[in-house]
Design a protein around this ligand. Structure first.
Ligand code: ZN
Length: 153
């Protein structure tokens, strides 16, 4: 297999020359995981446009959040890469711009209710105060996913 012979040699030669190698990773898009954990997929809000198929966009409020670092650590354990460049850091629906806000999966629903006492919105409605509250909540969840609070020493 090419990757088992060429990639380690490439990494070795790059490191000999002082070059750091980052692997690209679309942080919430893991298409091969879709058949294994469809329950972790984002459920897009109704934005009035035709519904699109979720090809592999995962919700970081689901157990995907814990699965991802374990998966990436496995890469680091098996390849001498220096880190990751993360892409696809959005938290909206996909395929068509403008992207609509986010996810209303069972994990988001439970977390939103627990933290706010509100029912999660199922459709985009900027006239609704609860919806706008949800938009701010999801931004906080996104920030926490990308830069989690570290425990105090
Ligand atoms: Zn969700």
């Amino acid at each position: 297999m090419l990757t088992t012979t060429r990639l380690p040699r490439f990494l070795e030669l790059a490191h000999q020359r002082g070059i750091l190698i980052l692997s690209y990773y679309p942080i919430i898009y893991t298409k091969p995981l879709k058949p294994l954990h469809p329950e972790w997929l984002m459920q897009f809000l109704d934005n009035g446009r035709p519904e699109i198929e979720n090809l592999g966009w995962f919700c970081f409020n689901s157990p995907y959040r814990d699965w991802l670092p374990e998966y990436l650590l496995e890469w680091l354990d098996n390849l001498d890469i220096d880190g990751f460049y993360f892409d696809d850091t959005n938290y909206g629906s996909h395929e068509e711009r403008p992207f609509s806000p986010s996810c209303c999966c069972e994990y988001c629903e439970k977390l939103f209710r627990k933290e706010t006492g509100l029912e999660i919105p199922r459709k985009v409605d900027f006239d609704s105060l609860d919806f706008r509250h949800f938009v701010n909540w999801r931004y906080e969840k996104m920030k926490d996913f990308y830069a989690p609070s570290l425990p105090a020493d």
